[in-house]
Design a binder for this molecule. Structure first.
Ligand code: NDP
Length: 250
């Protein structure tokens, strides 16, 4: 079958997967980290889980986007993607404390998702998406998208760094995070991640970019709500003005 037809089917599938994901996760929180529970099968160390499940995103996009000769616009967008995913797969896991082991089933689902999404966004950059040459760098969509991408990334990294410093070595407890956007939000890392991928969608001006941004909200918004309720239950003195992941709103 023609790759273009397969690509279009997979792209539509990503939008459907986002709808299915939010429907499931609003009722059942993915069982890793503080929401771990028995019944999800064998586990592996959380750091190893993060490396294994996130590494396909950087590798797949690099491989499939360079099946065609990338032009300068695609190269810059590829670089943005790699900055995010090299950090996520190979640096972030060493920020986190050893924490709770991760079910292999969850790592396997994320591994498959990253292969799928990596193929869609990688092929979208150089084969099936808009063809961006150097003139794209002065286009308002690129400038707004890049600004959102790196602002979101800064928010995400800053929040993840605050979380990483909460535990003394060897500790597995939970504390009330303070500082940065934690003043207003329980999950500024998720908020930053969402802004980042909407920035990517705008900077690439592509349907796979938009599909991934929507999927990120479908995945992280229910988890942010679950984290927020969990904090409120666990800490009597949890700041009342904090929202889950959108300042002043949700
Ligand atoms: P969490 O905020 O749940 O946890 C991040 C790390 O901080 C974990 O090591 C966690 O430990 C620790 N931690 C969190 N809160 C506390 C606390 N109150 N006290 C002490 N330690 C704490 O994030 P996730 O693990 O869900 O996600 C990690 C990163 O991956 C985030 O940047 C997120 O945006 C990104 N991500 C992106 C997705 C996407 O769809 N694009 C999907 C999932 C994640 P423990 O694990 O033991 O709870």
């Amino acid at each position: 079958m023609d790759e273009a037809i397969i690509y279009d089917c997979l792209l539509i599938g990503m939008y459907l997967l986002a709808a299915l994901t939010v429907a499931i996760l609003l009722f059942r929180t993915a069982a890793y980290g503080r929401h771990s529970e028995p019944g999800w099968g064998p586990t592996l160390p959380n750091r190893l889980g993060w490396i294994l499940m996130e590494s396909p995103a950087s590798i797949t996009v690099a491989l499939v986007s360079t099946m065609e000769k990338p032009n300068i616009g695609a190269l810059v967008l590829l670089l943005m993607w790699e900055i995010h995913y090299i950090h996520r797969a190979f640096i972030f896991p060493f920020w986190m404390s050893k924490g709770t082991p991760m079910p292999i089933s969850i790592a396997a689902m994320a591994f498959c998702f990253n292969l799928y999404n990596g193929y869609l966004n990688g092929r979208g950059l150089t084969r099936f998406g808009p063809n961006h040459d150097a003139s794209w760098f002065s286009d308002p969509r690129f400038l707004v998208g890049v600004t959102m991408f790196f602002t979101g990334m800064a928010v995400n990294l800053h929040a993840d760094r605050i979380l990483a410093k909460l535990r003394p070595p060897g500790d597995k407890g939970y504390y009330i995070p303070q500082g940065g956007l934690f003043r207003w939000l329980s999950c500024p890392n998720y908020f930053g991640e969402m802004v980042e991928w909407f920035g990517w969608a705008i900077a690439t001006w592509s349907l796979p970019g938009l599909a991934f941004a929507i999927y990120t909200v479908a995945n992280l918004a229910p988890r942010a709500l679950a984290h927020h309720r969990w904090y409120q239950r666990k800490f009597d003195n949890y700041p009342k003005e904090r929202r889950a992941f959108i300042p002043y709103l949700i």
